[in-house]
Design a protein around this ligand. Sequence first.
Ligand SMILES: *[C@@H]1O[C@H](CO)[C@@H](O)[C@H](O)[C@H]1NC(C)=O
Length: 479
Amino acid sequence: MLLTMPNRRMLMNLAAVALVGLVIVSLALPSSRVTLRELIGPKPNPARPSPPKSKYKPTPTYLPPPIRDNFPLVATSTPPPIPKWNQARKDVHKEYDLPSAPPLFVGFTRTWPVLLQAVTSYVTAGWPASQIYVIENTGVQQANARGQLSLQNPFYLNHTVLKALGVNVVTTPTLLSFAQMQNFFLSLTYAHDWPYFFWSHMDVLALSYEDGKPGLTPRYDQEGYKSIYELALTALRDARASGDKWGMRFFAYDHLALVNPAALEDVGGWDTLIPYYLTDCDMHSRLNMRGWPIKDAKAGIITDVASTLEDLSALFRVEGVETKFMDPNPPPPPPPEEDKAKKHEQPKRRGQSVKRGVDGYGALPAGGADEVEKRDAPEQKEARDEDANLAKWHTLRKTADKMFQHKHGDRERNTWQLGQHGGEGEPFYYDPAGFAEALDLITENGREIFRRKWGHRDCDLISGAGRKFGDAWKVEKDY
Ligand SMILES: *[C@@H]1O[C@H](CO)[C@@H](O)[C@H](O)[C@H]1NC(C)=O
């Protein structure tokens, strides 16, 4: 027999081992009430509650229509040539005593049709495409370069189209705040040895003074005509030639700005702890405190817009293209009761504390209807006798004015985020409304950081508060 009856001594040993085991198990157990069966599981456990049920926010009652491609032409052919009077001569920058051609940076986070319009308008107004750098700051890594996002995704950007236009794309390694992106611009100047740079908001439409501007340029068909690009270079040459310290030049407030990196370096760059609004007040004040003045200059008509031309071919003056605009992010129709209560917001233009979309972040105050502009009928009749090229330009200019009115008119500003609301399931998808809400919170926090940094609530740190460069974080609050 393989098994023999245990003798008495073995039984005693077994009993002792069992007893010790029982003590260990009872010590290790969280509760003496846990039974052996529960330890062995899997068990349906009526005693343990299931996780609480999530209560979802109501689904929006209104969703704007899908956005449309505003440059269908490039899907089938190369972009048309730009108007020949706006074509820059080779190496024009050398005529302006510049050692190298200064780049123009345009930051982008959301709302592709508006970016594409800004870039296309600069190109057709005469800014050499090869000197334009779109800074793709979407946080979606390689997804756009690989063509993995759809047009309805708020972070969609089409590398192919930008390349077809001849502009460069630089993708940030992670989503940057506005202040971080400005410092990224500065870092590019070190990497590429660029002594100066321009940057533009992405929600603008740029036009050259093709009808002439006294003191700056004759009209497009006359000797000595200067496009927006050449006038920008003129401003840069003049700033350098003055021999004075200079920090920036603003064109049409700061829709387009010329920056002197030496000044940014001297004040220690942008304060990235103030990520969005008021960070411009912080920077501009510090530049002034250190003797790097910011002056206004003129180079062209740079209009602040939230909508886009229906067909960007109009900027190339393509024959037979109607100049109309559409809002890629129309807000919901207001509920009839609330309508009147909303009429208090203040979209004033000038002044540094003005609320405006910080570009590349798409805080675009959206407009009313999907299609507002129909046609420039009366003006077009007036212009019948006019030079055909100027007539087209006037139509563009008037349309840009209407787009400005559309953006700054009486309407709810904060509804744009439902505009492009697609892309669910695509790489690096982020809930669009959540993204907007989170940015608002970060922005608000940044305002408080500004207030504590300077002990002052408003933008007028020098004139209104007497602050000096070294005062940051050292002064008691004055409010
Ligand atoms: C980008 O644009 C090109 C040209 O219109 C088009 O063929 C391509 O499908 C677009 N890419 C994406 C990802 O939409």
